[in-house]
Design a protein around this ligand. Sequence first.
Ligand SMILES: [Zn+2]
Length: 493
Amino acid sequence: MSRIHGFEVRLSLLTFALLLPACGAADDDTSDLARVLSDSPDDLERAETLAYLHLDERADTLLAGVDELWTERVVVDELGMSHTRLQQTVAGVPVFGGGAIVHTDALGAFDGMTDGLLRDLVVDTTPTLGEREAVALAVQNVGGWGSLSDEPRAELLALRHEGRDHLAYRVELRQMGHAREPSAPVVFVDAHGGEEIWRHEGLEHYALSTANRVTYDMNNGTDFGAAVVGDSSDATLLQTHDSVKHTLAVLSKKLYRSSYDGAGAVVHTYGHYGNAYVNAFWDSGASRLVIGDGGGQFGHFGVLDIVAHELGHAVTDHESNFTYYGEPGALDESSADIFAAFVSHHVQGDGGWVFDIGEDCWLPLDPSVALRYMSRPSDDGSSRDHYSTRYQGAADNGGVHFNSGIANHFFYLLSHGGQHHDPALRSGLVIDGIGIEDAHAIWYRALTVYMLPGTGFTKARLATEKAADDLFDASVVEQVEEAWYEVGVGGPP
Ligand SMILES: [Zn+2]
Protein backbone atom coordinates (compact mmCIF):
# COMPACT_ATOMS: atom_id res chain seq x y z
CA MET A 1 0.00 0.00 0.00
CA SER A 2 1.39 3.39 -0.91
CA ARG A 3 -0.03 6.85 -0.67
CA ILE A 4 0.09 9.38 -3.47
CA HIS A 5 -1.16 12.92 -2.85
CA GLY A 6 -3.70 11.79 -0.34
CA PHE A 7 -4.81 8.83 -2.42
CA GLU A 8 -4.40 5.41 -1.03
CA VAL A 9 -3.13 3.32 -3.87
CA ARG A 10 -3.63 -0.30 -3.06
CA LEU A 11 -2.29 -2.69 -5.61
CA SER A 12 -4.71 -5.45 -4.90
CA LEU A 13 -2.95 -8.58 -6.02
CA LEU A 14 -6.16 -10.48 -5.52
CA THR A 15 -7.54 -8.95 -8.68
CA PHE A 16 -4.77 -10.59 -10.66
CA ALA A 17 -5.69 -13.99 -9.37
CA LEU A 18 -9.25 -13.40 -10.52
CA LEU A 19 -8.22 -12.29 -13.96
CA LEU A 20 -8.07 -15.51 -15.88
CA PRO A 21 -7.56 -15.94 -19.62
CA ALA A 22 -10.55 -15.05 -21.76
CA CYS A 23 -9.82 -17.80 -24.26
CA GLY A 24 -8.97 -21.44 -23.92
CA ALA A 25 -12.44 -22.87 -23.48
CA ALA A 26 -13.07 -26.56 -23.82
CA ASP A 27 -14.25 -26.25 -27.44
CA ASP A 28 -11.59 -27.66 -29.75
CA ASP A 29 -11.94 -25.05 -32.50
CA THR A 30 -11.50 -21.96 -30.36
CA SER A 31 -9.76 -19.34 -32.47
CA ASP A 32 -6.16 -18.41 -31.73
CA LEU A 33 -7.22 -14.78 -31.58
CA ALA A 34 -7.78 -13.41 -28.13
CA ARG A 35 -9.75 -10.53 -26.73
CA VAL A 36 -7.13 -10.11 -24.07
CA LEU A 37 -3.62 -9.35 -25.22
CA SER A 38 -1.95 -10.13 -21.94
CA ASP A 39 -2.91 -11.60 -18.63
CA SER A 40 0.56 -11.83 -17.15
CA PRO A 41 0.63 -10.39 -13.62
CA ASP A 42 3.65 -8.23 -14.53
CA ASP A 43 1.84 -6.58 -17.44
CA LEU A 44 -1.28 -6.03 -15.39
CA GLU A 45 0.62 -4.57 -12.50
CA ARG A 46 2.52 -2.28 -14.86
CA ALA A 47 -0.77 -1.14 -16.42
CA GLU A 48 -2.28 -0.52 -13.01
CA THR A 49 0.71 1.45 -11.78
CA LEU A 50 0.62 3.55 -14.94
CA ALA A 51 -3.08 4.20 -14.44
CA TYR A 52 -2.41 5.55 -10.96
CA LEU A 53 0.46 7.70 -12.19
CA HIS A 54 -1.80 9.23 -14.85
CA LEU A 55 -4.48 9.81 -12.23
CA ASP A 56 -1.99 11.36 -9.88
CA GLU A 57 -0.85 13.84 -12.55
CA ARG A 58 -4.45 14.88 -13.10
CA ALA A 59 -5.69 14.56 -9.52
CA ASP A 60 -6.72 18.22 -9.28
CA THR A 61 -9.16 17.93 -12.15
CA LEU A 62 -10.21 14.27 -12.17
CA LEU A 63 -10.27 13.45 -8.49
CA ALA A 64 -11.43 16.62 -6.75
CA GLY A 65 -13.90 15.75 -4.01
CA VAL A 66 -13.03 12.05 -4.08
CA ASP A 67 -11.57 10.28 -1.05
CA GLU A 68 -10.04 6.94 -2.07
CA LEU A 69 -10.00 4.42 -4.90
CA TRP A 70 -9.42 0.70 -4.88
CA THR A 71 -8.49 -1.42 -7.87
CA GLU A 72 -11.16 -3.87 -8.86
CA ARG A 73 -9.73 -5.27 -12.07
CA VAL A 74 -7.19 -4.55 -14.80
CA VAL A 75 -7.52 -5.62 -18.43
CA VAL A 76 -4.93 -5.31 -21.20
CA ASP A 77 -7.05 -5.76 -24.30
CA GLU A 78 -6.40 -7.06 -27.80
CA LEU A 79 -5.47 -3.54 -28.99
CA GLY A 80 -2.81 -3.27 -26.27
CA MET A 81 -4.90 -0.67 -24.45
CA SER A 82 -5.33 -1.04 -20.70
CA HIS A 83 -8.45 -0.45 -18.60
CA THR A 84 -8.14 -0.19 -14.83
CA ARG A 85 -11.51 -0.47 -13.11
CA LEU A 86 -11.60 1.36 -9.76
CA GLN A 87 -14.07 1.22 -6.89
CA GLN A 88 -14.56 4.45 -4.98
CA THR A 89 -14.45 4.38 -1.18
CA VAL A 90 -14.83 6.98 1.54
CA ALA A 91 -12.87 6.38 4.76
CA GLY A 92 -12.63 2.74 3.72
CA VAL A 93 -16.36 2.33 3.07
CA PRO A 94 -17.31 1.42 -0.55
CA VAL A 95 -19.39 4.02 -2.37
CA PHE A 96 -22.43 2.37 -3.98
CA GLY A 97 -22.23 2.74 -7.77
CA GLY A 98 -19.15 5.00 -7.43
CA GLY A 99 -16.27 4.06 -9.68
CA ALA A 100 -14.14 4.91 -12.67
CA ILE A 101 -12.18 3.20 -15.42
CA VAL A 102 -8.78 4.64 -16.35
CA HIS A 103 -7.67 3.95 -19.91
CA THR A 104 -4.23 3.98 -21.51
CA ASP A 105 -3.44 3.57 -25.19
CA ALA A 106 -1.13 0.90 -26.55
CA LEU A 107 1.90 3.05 -25.77
CA GLY A 108 0.83 3.62 -22.18
CA ALA A 109 -0.32 7.23 -22.66
CA PHE A 110 -3.42 8.42 -20.83
CA ASP A 111 -6.54 7.80 -22.94
CA GLY A 112 -9.25 9.20 -20.73
CA MET A 113 -11.24 8.17 -17.70
CA THR A 114 -14.77 6.78 -17.72
CA ASP A 115 -16.11 8.75 -14.81
CA GLY A 116 -18.76 7.42 -12.47
CA LEU A 117 -17.31 9.00 -9.32
CA LEU A 118 -19.56 10.66 -6.77
CA ARG A 119 -17.97 13.86 -5.57
CA ASP A 120 -18.10 15.64 -2.22
CA LEU A 121 -19.97 12.92 -0.38
CA VAL A 122 -21.06 14.06 3.06
CA VAL A 123 -21.43 11.01 5.21
CA ASP A 124 -20.55 10.01 8.76
CA THR A 125 -18.88 6.65 8.14
CA THR A 126 -19.21 5.34 11.70
CA PRO A 127 -22.55 3.50 11.90
CA THR A 128 -24.74 3.93 14.96
CA LEU A 129 -26.87 0.96 13.92
CA GLY A 130 -25.32 -2.53 13.98
CA GLU A 131 -25.43 -4.85 10.99
CA ARG A 132 -27.70 -7.35 12.76
CA GLU A 133 -30.21 -4.65 13.65
CA ALA A 134 -30.20 -3.38 10.05
CA VAL A 135 -30.77 -6.88 8.70
CA ALA A 136 -33.62 -7.44 11.17
CA LEU A 137 -35.30 -4.19 10.03
CA ALA A 138 -34.93 -5.11 6.36
CA VAL A 139 -36.33 -8.61 6.97
CA GLN A 140 -39.29 -7.15 8.85
CA ASN A 141 -39.97 -4.77 5.93
CA VAL A 142 -40.19 -7.56 3.33
CA GLY A 143 -42.46 -9.90 5.26
CA GLY A 144 -40.47 -11.40 8.10
CA TRP A 145 -38.01 -14.28 8.56
CA GLY A 146 -40.60 -16.85 7.50
CA SER A 147 -40.64 -15.40 3.98
CA LEU A 148 -36.91 -15.98 3.45
CA SER A 149 -35.28 -18.96 1.80
CA ASP A 150 -31.64 -18.07 2.50
CA GLU A 151 -29.49 -16.23 5.00
CA PRO A 152 -29.53 -12.47 4.32
CA ARG A 153 -26.29 -10.80 3.29
CA ALA A 154 -25.41 -7.27 4.33
CA GLU A 155 -22.73 -4.78 3.41
CA LEU A 156 -22.01 -1.30 4.74
CA LEU A 157 -21.65 1.38 2.09
CA ALA A 158 -22.03 5.04 1.28
CA LEU A 159 -25.14 5.71 -0.80
CA ARG A 160 -26.17 8.82 -2.69
CA HIS A 161 -29.90 8.50 -3.35
CA GLU A 162 -32.14 11.21 -4.74
CA GLY A 163 -29.54 13.84 -3.97
CA ARG A 164 -28.93 12.85 -0.37
CA ASP A 165 -25.94 11.03 1.08
CA HIS A 166 -26.36 8.19 3.54
CA LEU A 167 -24.30 5.61 5.32
CA ALA A 168 -26.37 2.51 4.60
CA TYR A 169 -26.50 -1.23 4.86
CA ARG A 170 -27.29 -2.89 1.56
CA VAL A 171 -29.19 -6.00 2.59
CA GLU A 172 -29.73 -8.77 0.02
CA LEU A 173 -32.70 -10.95 0.81
CA ARG A 174 -33.87 -14.07 -0.98
CA GLN A 175 -37.42 -15.35 -1.15
CA MET A 176 -37.15 -18.41 -3.34
CA GLY A 177 -39.14 -21.61 -3.24
CA HIS A 178 -42.14 -20.36 -1.33
CA ALA A 179 -45.73 -20.15 -2.46
CA ARG A 180 -45.11 -16.85 -4.16
CA GLU A 181 -43.31 -15.22 -7.07
CA PRO A 182 -39.57 -15.72 -6.48
CA SER A 183 -37.94 -12.51 -5.38
CA ALA A 184 -34.58 -11.22 -4.22
CA PRO A 185 -35.23 -7.77 -2.75
CA VAL A 186 -32.27 -5.50 -2.12
CA VAL A 187 -33.05 -3.13 0.76
CA PHE A 188 -30.96 -0.12 1.79
CA VAL A 189 -31.28 0.65 5.50
CA ASP A 190 -29.89 3.88 6.94
CA ALA A 191 -26.98 2.98 9.24
CA HIS A 192 -27.76 5.94 11.50
CA GLY A 193 -31.54 6.16 11.70
CA GLY A 194 -32.60 2.65 10.64
CA GLU A 195 -35.16 3.81 8.09
CA GLU A 196 -35.47 2.16 4.71
CA ILE A 197 -33.95 4.48 2.11
CA TRP A 198 -34.60 2.54 -1.05
CA ARG A 199 -35.45 -0.92 -2.27
CA HIS A 200 -35.24 -2.68 -5.61
CA GLU A 201 -35.73 -6.16 -6.98
CA GLY A 202 -32.48 -8.05 -7.44
CA LEU A 203 -33.67 -10.88 -9.70
CA GLU A 204 -33.05 -10.25 -13.34
CA HIS A 205 -36.27 -11.51 -14.85
CA TYR A 206 -37.31 -12.20 -18.32
CA ALA A 207 -40.52 -10.29 -17.80
CA LEU A 208 -43.56 -10.84 -19.95
CA SER A 209 -44.16 -7.26 -20.90
CA THR A 210 -46.99 -8.24 -23.26
CA ALA A 211 -48.84 -10.52 -20.88
CA ASN A 212 -50.25 -8.85 -17.79
CA ARG A 213 -52.79 -11.48 -16.91
CA VAL A 214 -50.52 -14.35 -15.96
CA THR A 215 -50.93 -15.79 -12.48
CA TYR A 216 -48.44 -18.15 -10.85
CA ASP A 217 -48.82 -21.36 -8.93
CA MET A 218 -45.62 -22.13 -7.04
CA ASN A 219 -46.78 -25.17 -5.14
CA ASN A 220 -44.44 -27.68 -6.73
CA GLY A 221 -40.82 -27.96 -7.71
CA THR A 222 -39.14 -24.96 -6.17
CA ASP A 223 -36.70 -26.69 -3.80
CA PHE A 224 -33.34 -26.42 -5.54
CA GLY A 225 -31.83 -28.88 -3.08
CA ALA A 226 -34.11 -31.63 -4.39
CA ALA A 227 -33.15 -31.20 -8.06
CA VAL A 228 -31.69 -34.17 -9.84
CA VAL A 229 -29.67 -34.28 -13.07
CA GLY A 230 -32.03 -34.26 -16.05
CA ASP A 231 -32.24 -36.88 -18.73
CA SER A 232 -32.05 -36.31 -22.47
CA SER A 233 -35.24 -38.31 -22.97
CA ASP A 234 -36.97 -35.18 -21.66
CA ALA A 235 -37.35 -32.99 -24.76
CA THR A 236 -37.77 -29.74 -22.80
CA LEU A 237 -34.62 -30.26 -20.75
CA LEU A 238 -32.74 -31.39 -23.83
CA GLN A 239 -33.64 -28.23 -25.72
CA THR A 240 -32.67 -26.09 -22.72
CA HIS A 241 -29.39 -27.93 -22.43
CA ASP A 242 -28.70 -27.29 -26.15
CA SER A 243 -29.58 -23.62 -25.82
CA VAL A 244 -26.93 -23.26 -23.11
CA LYS A 245 -24.46 -25.15 -25.28
CA HIS A 246 -25.02 -22.86 -28.28
CA THR A 247 -24.72 -19.76 -26.11
CA LEU A 248 -21.45 -20.90 -24.56
CA ALA A 249 -20.09 -21.74 -28.01
CA VAL A 250 -20.81 -18.19 -29.25
CA LEU A 251 -19.14 -16.74 -26.13
CA SER A 252 -16.09 -18.87 -26.73
CA LYS A 253 -15.72 -18.75 -30.51
CA LYS A 254 -16.95 -15.24 -31.27
CA LEU A 255 -16.09 -13.29 -28.12
CA TYR A 256 -13.13 -15.40 -26.95
CA ARG A 257 -14.73 -15.58 -23.56
CA SER A 258 -14.72 -18.71 -21.46
CA SER A 259 -18.25 -18.96 -20.03
CA TYR A 260 -20.22 -16.04 -18.65
CA ASP A 261 -17.61 -15.03 -16.09
CA GLY A 262 -14.67 -15.24 -18.50
CA ALA A 263 -13.19 -17.89 -16.22
CA GLY A 264 -14.92 -21.06 -17.33
CA ALA A 265 -17.75 -21.17 -14.80
CA VAL A 266 -20.10 -24.14 -15.12
CA VAL A 267 -23.62 -22.98 -16.02
CA HIS A 268 -26.19 -24.48 -13.65
CA THR A 269 -29.64 -24.46 -15.28
CA TYR A 270 -32.85 -25.54 -13.55
CA GLY A 271 -35.72 -26.47 -15.89
CA HIS A 272 -39.29 -27.42 -15.02
CA TYR A 273 -39.19 -24.82 -12.29
CA GLY A 274 -42.43 -24.52 -10.32
CA ASN A 275 -45.83 -25.37 -11.64
CA ALA A 276 -46.59 -23.76 -15.01
CA TYR A 277 -44.07 -21.04 -14.24
CA VAL A 278 -44.26 -18.52 -17.10
CA ASN A 279 -40.83 -16.98 -16.88
CA ALA A 280 -37.10 -17.56 -16.71
CA PHE A 281 -34.44 -15.76 -14.73
CA TRP A 282 -30.77 -15.55 -13.99
CA ASP A 283 -30.31 -15.84 -10.23
CA SER A 284 -27.01 -14.03 -9.78
CA GLY A 285 -26.90 -14.58 -6.01
CA ALA A 286 -26.70 -18.33 -6.59
CA SER A 287 -25.25 -18.20 -10.14
CA ARG A 288 -27.99 -20.29 -11.66
CA LEU A 289 -30.33 -20.14 -14.60
CA VAL A 290 -33.95 -20.96 -13.81
CA ILE A 291 -36.46 -21.89 -16.54
CA GLY A 292 -40.21 -22.20 -16.26
CA ASP A 293 -42.40 -24.58 -18.26
CA GLY A 294 -44.76 -21.82 -19.34
CA GLY A 295 -48.48 -22.34 -19.64
CA GLY A 296 -51.45 -20.97 -21.48
CA GLN A 297 -50.10 -19.16 -24.51
CA PHE A 298 -46.50 -19.97 -23.61
CA GLY A 299 -44.34 -23.00 -24.20
CA HIS A 300 -41.26 -23.56 -22.06
CA PHE A 301 -38.64 -20.85 -21.69
CA GLY A 302 -35.56 -22.93 -22.51
CA VAL A 303 -35.50 -21.62 -26.10
CA LEU A 304 -32.28 -20.19 -27.48
CA ASP A 305 -32.89 -16.46 -27.34
CA ILE A 306 -34.32 -16.51 -23.81
CA VAL A 307 -31.47 -18.66 -22.48
CA ALA A 308 -29.00 -16.35 -24.26
CA HIS A 309 -30.78 -13.33 -22.76
CA GLU A 310 -30.42 -14.74 -19.24
CA LEU A 311 -26.78 -15.67 -19.76
CA GLY A 312 -26.31 -12.17 -21.20
CA HIS A 313 -27.31 -10.90 -17.75
CA ALA A 314 -24.65 -13.16 -16.25
CA VAL A 315 -22.01 -11.69 -18.60
CA THR A 316 -23.12 -8.16 -17.76
CA ASP A 317 -22.93 -8.90 -14.03
CA HIS A 318 -19.27 -9.77 -14.51
CA GLU A 319 -18.52 -6.66 -16.60
CA SER A 320 -20.29 -3.31 -16.11
CA ASN A 321 -22.37 -4.84 -13.28
CA PHE A 322 -25.22 -2.39 -13.90
CA THR A 323 -27.37 -1.50 -10.90
CA TYR A 324 -30.68 -3.20 -11.68
CA TYR A 325 -32.79 -0.06 -11.43
CA GLY A 326 -33.64 2.93 -13.63
CA GLU A 327 -31.46 3.69 -16.66
CA PRO A 328 -28.58 1.33 -15.76
CA GLY A 329 -31.19 -1.41 -15.22
CA ALA A 330 -32.69 -0.69 -18.66
CA LEU A 331 -29.20 -0.99 -20.17
CA ASP A 332 -28.83 -4.31 -18.31
CA GLU A 333 -32.03 -5.60 -19.95
CA SER A 334 -31.04 -4.23 -23.33
CA SER A 335 -27.56 -5.69 -23.08
CA ALA A 336 -29.17 -9.10 -22.50
CA ASP A 337 -31.42 -8.69 -25.56
CA ILE A 338 -28.49 -7.48 -27.70
CA PHE A 339 -26.50 -10.53 -26.67
CA ALA A 340 -29.49 -12.77 -27.44
CA ALA A 341 -29.74 -11.29 -30.96
CA PHE A 342 -26.01 -11.81 -31.46
CA VAL A 343 -26.23 -15.46 -30.32
CA SER A 344 -29.25 -16.08 -32.57
CA HIS A 345 -27.35 -14.54 -35.49
CA HIS A 346 -24.50 -17.01 -35.09
CA VAL A 347 -26.58 -20.07 -34.33
CA GLN A 348 -29.17 -19.47 -37.07
CA GLY A 349 -26.57 -18.38 -39.59
CA ASP A 350 -26.61 -15.28 -41.76
CA GLY A 351 -29.88 -14.09 -43.15
CA GLY A 352 -32.20 -15.12 -40.32
CA TRP A 353 -34.25 -12.47 -38.56
CA VAL A 354 -32.74 -12.14 -35.08
CA PHE A 355 -34.27 -8.94 -33.74
CA ASP A 356 -37.32 -10.52 -32.08
CA ILE A 357 -36.89 -11.96 -28.59
CA GLY A 358 -38.94 -14.90 -27.34
CA GLU A 359 -40.83 -15.74 -30.54
CA ASP A 360 -40.08 -19.43 -30.02
CA CYS A 361 -42.03 -19.78 -26.80
CA TRP A 362 -45.37 -18.47 -28.04
CA LEU A 363 -47.97 -21.15 -28.77
CA PRO A 364 -48.94 -21.95 -31.38
CA LEU A 365 -45.53 -21.16 -32.83
CA ASP A 366 -46.07 -17.97 -34.76
CA PRO A 367 -42.87 -16.28 -35.90
CA SER A 368 -44.61 -12.91 -36.13
CA VAL A 369 -45.44 -12.79 -32.40
CA ALA A 370 -42.68 -12.29 -29.84
CA LEU A 371 -42.09 -10.95 -26.32
CA ARG A 372 -39.96 -8.05 -27.52
CA TYR A 373 -39.17 -6.50 -30.88
CA MET A 374 -35.88 -4.64 -31.26
CA SER A 375 -36.96 -3.33 -34.67
CA ARG A 376 -40.19 -1.83 -33.29
CA PRO A 377 -40.05 -2.02 -29.46
CA SER A 378 -43.17 -0.02 -28.65
CA ASP A 379 -45.29 -2.44 -30.67
CA ASP A 380 -45.31 -4.79 -27.66
CA GLY A 381 -47.58 -2.30 -25.90
CA SER A 382 -45.27 -1.38 -23.01
CA SER A 383 -41.70 -0.81 -24.28
CA ARG A 384 -40.47 2.72 -24.96
CA ASP A 385 -38.06 3.31 -27.80
CA HIS A 386 -37.27 7.03 -27.75
CA TYR A 387 -35.67 8.90 -24.87
CA SER A 388 -38.37 11.57 -25.00
CA THR A 389 -41.03 8.92 -24.24
CA ARG A 390 -39.04 7.11 -21.55
CA TYR A 391 -40.84 5.78 -18.48
CA GLN A 392 -39.89 7.72 -15.33
CA GLY A 393 -42.02 6.06 -12.65
CA ALA A 394 -41.06 3.52 -10.00
CA ALA A 395 -42.79 0.42 -11.42
CA ASP A 396 -40.75 -2.33 -13.06
CA ASN A 397 -37.65 -1.36 -11.02
CA GLY A 398 -37.79 2.12 -12.54
CA GLY A 399 -38.69 0.86 -16.01
CA VAL A 400 -35.90 -1.66 -16.63
CA HIS A 401 -38.01 -3.53 -19.19
CA PHE A 402 -40.02 -0.52 -20.42
CA ASN A 403 -36.92 1.55 -21.27
CA SER A 404 -34.70 -1.24 -22.58
CA GLY A 405 -36.46 -0.61 -25.89
CA ILE A 406 -34.48 2.63 -26.30
CA ALA A 407 -31.09 0.91 -26.46
CA ASN A 408 -32.60 -2.10 -28.26
CA HIS A 409 -33.83 0.15 -31.05
CA PHE A 410 -30.45 1.94 -31.11
CA PHE A 411 -28.76 -1.41 -31.60
CA TYR A 412 -31.20 -2.45 -34.31
CA LEU A 413 -30.72 0.82 -36.21
CA LEU A 414 -26.93 0.64 -35.93
CA SER A 415 -26.93 -2.98 -37.15
CA HIS A 416 -29.63 -2.92 -39.76
CA GLY A 417 -29.84 0.74 -40.72
CA GLY A 418 -32.90 2.80 -41.51
CA GLN A 419 -34.98 5.24 -39.51
CA HIS A 420 -36.96 5.12 -36.28
CA HIS A 421 -39.87 2.72 -36.77
CA ASP A 422 -42.33 5.35 -35.56
CA PRO A 423 -42.57 8.02 -38.28
CA ALA A 424 -43.55 10.64 -35.67
CA LEU A 425 -40.19 10.19 -33.89
CA ARG A 426 -37.86 10.29 -36.89
CA SER A 427 -35.04 12.83 -36.96
CA GLY A 428 -34.78 12.91 -40.73
CA LEU A 429 -31.48 11.02 -40.80
CA VAL A 430 -31.21 7.64 -42.49
CA ILE A 431 -28.65 5.33 -40.92
CA ASP A 432 -26.69 3.07 -43.29
CA GLY A 433 -26.21 0.24 -40.78
CA ILE A 434 -22.92 -1.57 -40.11
CA GLY A 435 -24.19 -5.12 -39.61
CA ILE A 436 -24.83 -6.96 -36.38
CA GLU A 437 -21.27 -8.29 -36.13
CA ASP A 438 -19.64 -4.85 -35.93
CA ALA A 439 -22.51 -3.33 -33.94
CA HIS A 440 -22.12 -6.07 -31.35
CA ALA A 441 -18.33 -5.65 -31.25
CA ILE A 442 -18.92 -2.00 -30.34
CA TRP A 443 -21.53 -2.82 -27.69
CA TYR A 444 -19.44 -5.59 -26.15
CA ARG A 445 -16.33 -3.44 -25.99
CA ALA A 446 -18.31 -0.58 -24.44
CA LEU A 447 -19.82 -3.01 -21.90
CA THR A 448 -16.50 -4.55 -20.95
CA VAL A 449 -14.25 -1.49 -20.80
CA TYR A 450 -16.32 1.73 -20.78
CA MET A 451 -19.47 1.07 -18.75
CA LEU A 452 -19.95 1.21 -14.97
CA PRO A 453 -22.70 0.16 -12.53
CA GLY A 454 -24.28 3.63 -12.73
CA THR A 455 -24.01 4.17 -16.50
CA GLY A 456 -27.20 5.63 -18.00
CA PHE A 457 -28.15 6.44 -21.60
CA THR A 458 -26.00 9.55 -22.02
CA LYS A 459 -22.88 7.76 -20.82
CA ALA A 460 -23.79 4.65 -22.81
CA ARG A 461 -23.67 6.82 -25.93
CA LEU A 462 -20.20 8.10 -24.96
CA ALA A 463 -19.03 4.56 -24.18
CA THR A 464 -20.17 3.17 -27.54
CA GLU A 465 -18.68 6.12 -29.43
CA LYS A 466 -15.34 5.52 -27.75
CA ALA A 467 -15.52 1.78 -28.44
CA ALA A 468 -16.35 2.47 -32.11
CA ASP A 469 -13.44 4.88 -32.33
CA ASP A 470 -11.09 2.25 -30.89
CA LEU A 471 -12.22 -0.47 -33.30
CA PHE A 472 -13.27 1.28 -36.50
CA ASP A 473 -13.01 4.51 -38.47
CA ALA A 474 -14.77 7.86 -38.16
CA SER A 475 -17.65 6.86 -40.46
CA VAL A 476 -18.65 4.12 -38.03
CA VAL A 477 -18.42 6.49 -35.06
CA GLU A 478 -20.76 8.80 -36.96
CA GLN A 479 -23.29 6.01 -37.44
CA VAL A 480 -23.18 5.27 -33.71
CA GLU A 481 -23.94 8.95 -33.06
CA GLU A 482 -26.74 8.92 -35.63
CA ALA A 483 -28.36 5.80 -34.19
CA TRP A 484 -28.41 7.27 -30.66
CA TYR A 485 -29.75 10.56 -32.01
CA GLU A 486 -32.51 8.68 -33.79
CA VAL A 487 -33.69 7.24 -30.44
CA GLY A 488 -33.45 10.65 -28.75
CA VAL A 489 -30.22 10.20 -26.79
CA GLY A 490 -28.06 13.29 -27.38
CA GLY A 491 -27.81 15.59 -30.35
CA PRO A 492 -27.02 15.03 -34.03
CA PRO A 493 -23.43 14.13 -35.04
ZN1 LIG B 1 -33.74 -9.70 -18.49
